[in-house]
Design a binder for this molecule. Structure first.
Ligand code: FMN
Length: 228
């Protein structure tokens, strides 16, 4: 399997890409006993996604991102995974949000995916690097106008006196940029989580779940089997 650079991906990246693709379709490999159940669910998922797309019921791209606060406490929230960039797991955010400030002080982070059908979890531990300004601008331009207005109106993670304040600020932004493109703010940007450890967990009907982790060392990726 090839990664985003069309080079042969290392084993854990290959496995992630296969699982991510299966999480999108709801299907496990054909050899699996749960293939039929998964296929049925895949059909239901496809039907619901087409007939009720706004429900956003099946989003394998939603992940939990955990960072560390300056006083060493865990800090977690959902983000949207935006694909592999140079072997790292990318997402976009406000560099001046709480997570942005935390990552500036300590680049260590964990990205956690949890998919129901097939039942799987992937945990990626590593350090983040900022993506290029060009990438930020490109992604910004792909966002809807409403999304851009909301982002420019208030700083992510800032304290608001009320929802009305947010609505009023959004209205002001709309007025300022009426008929003009909204430029990509300096604080808008992406990160790539460069993996140092990738752990896979897969649920089995007999409760003998599969769990293995890959750790990056000087020789490459070492694989370890673990109890579930
Ligand atoms: C499904 C879902 C997807 C989200 N995706 C993103 C995202 O891609 N980037 C982002 O900055 N915030 C995203 N958010 C909002 C974050 O979870 C969070 O509230 C926000 O980033 C502020 O987090 P912070 O104060 O810890 O920095 C998402 C929320 C949900 C529920």
């Amino acid at each position: 399997m090839l990664d985003d650079n069309n080079t042969v991906a290392p084993a854990p990246i290959k496995k992630f890409l296969a699982w991510y693709s299966e999480a999108q379709t709801g299907k496990r490999g054909k050899s699996s006993r749960s293939y039929l159940i998964s296929s049925g669910f895949g059909l239901l998922r496809k039907t619901l996604s087409v007939t009720l797309p706004w429900l956003n019921l099946f989003r394998p791209d939603i992940a939990t991102l955990a960072t560390v606060t300056p006083d060493g406490k865990p800090s977690a929230r959902s983000i949207l995974f935006k694909g592999l960039v140079d072997g790292g797991f990318s997402f976009y955010t406000d560099y001046e949000s709480d997570k942005g400030k935390e990552l500036a002080l300590n680049p260590s982070a964990v990205m956690l995916f949890c998919w129901s059908v097939p039942p799987r979890q992937v945990r990626i531990d590593g350090k983040v690097q900022k993506l290029s300004r060009e990438a930020a601008k490109l992604y910004w331009e792909s966002r809807t106008r409403a999304n851009q207005v909301a982002f420019v109106a208030v700083r992510q993670s800032s304290i608001l006196s009320s929802r009305e304040e947010f609505i009023e600020k959004a209205r002001q932004v709309e007025q300022i940029y009426r008929g003009k493109p909204i430029p990509c703010p300096d604080s808008w940007g992406g990160y790539s989580l460069v993996p140092e450890m990738i752990e896979f967990w897969e649920g089995r009907v007999d409760w003998l779940h599969d769990r293995e982790k890959y750790i990056l060392n000087n020789e490459g990726w070492a694989r370890i089997k673990l109890g579930p």
